[in-house]
Design a protein around this ligand. Structure first.
Ligand code: UDP
Length: 235
């Protein structure tokens, strides 16, 4: 690519479901490789990349019936660490330097989250993968993405999903679903659109963090960072 990337520092949010490659469960190696190749290309063109991974491909706190909510949420956070480590392994097999930092300390497998250290890794060209969400129950990894984006002073959140944009209803169920190319934070909150949960959306609104929603693929991650319009922009 001849033109320059549009962003210097981005936060990429990868949902657990996207990692499962459409099956909804587990990690699909082809998807992992595909994402890693995209990240590698961007790192090599000088873009600093922080990643927040979800855990919904293994566990979601709110859907575990009958279990204490905080316990269920902690299990969910542990699930994100598995995804973080898998992504780290995949990136390092492509010679991309990485660090995993977790919101819950587990120093046998990852560094604890330390903001200044994470920023330093980014400046050195390392991909920083944030696991265990915010480290707190009752939050989501979308909120973790908004929080870490603010802390890292990332210019944008790239919300890679398994749909190509935000719709007014599920396009897989309703063929007449309306696609949005541009939304305000308030529209997302008031219309209860399934972009991010309201806590995460409010955090982005309060800190002026732009969200770009698009379908996860190597090609798309690169195109979005190079400024191509696709999917939905929330600002
Ligand atoms: N979680 C949490 N606090 C956080 C982030 C995540 O308690 O800061 C838990 C929560 O139970 C959530 C699960 O981890 O359901 C997995 O994360 P999420 O559902 O956000 O993953 P995604 O939908 O992006 O795959």
């Amino acid at each position: 690519m001849t033109q320059e990337p549009m962003y210097k520092r981005v936060l990429l949010k990868i949902s657990g479901e996207a990692l499962s490659g459409g099956t909804g469960f587990g990690i699909n190696n082809d998807v992992l490789k595909d994402i890693s190749l995209g990240i590698k290309e961007l790192v090599e063109s000088g873009v600093e990349i922080a990643v927040v991974v979800g855990g919904g491909n293994f566990w979601r706190g709110r859907t575990s019936e009958g279990m204490d909510r905080t316990t269920a949420d902690y299990i969910g956070m542990l699930a994100t660490v598995m995804n973080a480590m898998a992504l780290q392994d995949s990136l390092e097999s492509l010679d991309v330097p990485t660090r995993v930092q977790t919101g819950i300390e587990m120093n046998k497998v990852a560094e604890p989250y330390i903001r200044r250290r994470a920023v330093r890794h980014l400046e050195k060209g390392r991909v920083v993968i944030f696991g265990a969400g915010t480290g707190n129950p009752y939050f989501s990894t979308d909120t973790a993405a908004a929080l870490r984006a603010a802390e890292m002073e990332a210019e944008v959140i790239l919300l890679a999903k398994n749909v190509d944009a935000v719709y007014d209803k599920d396009p897989k169920v309703h063929p007449d679903a309306k696609k949005f190319t541009h939304l305000t934070y308030m529209e997302v909150i008031n219309r209860e659109l399934k972009v991010m949960d309201s806590t995460a959306t409010s955090l982005c609104m309060d800190n002026n963090i732009v969200i770009k929603v698009f379908e996860l693929s190597t090609e798309n991650i690169i195109k979005v960072v190079y400024g191509e319009n696709m999917g939905t922009i929330v600002e």
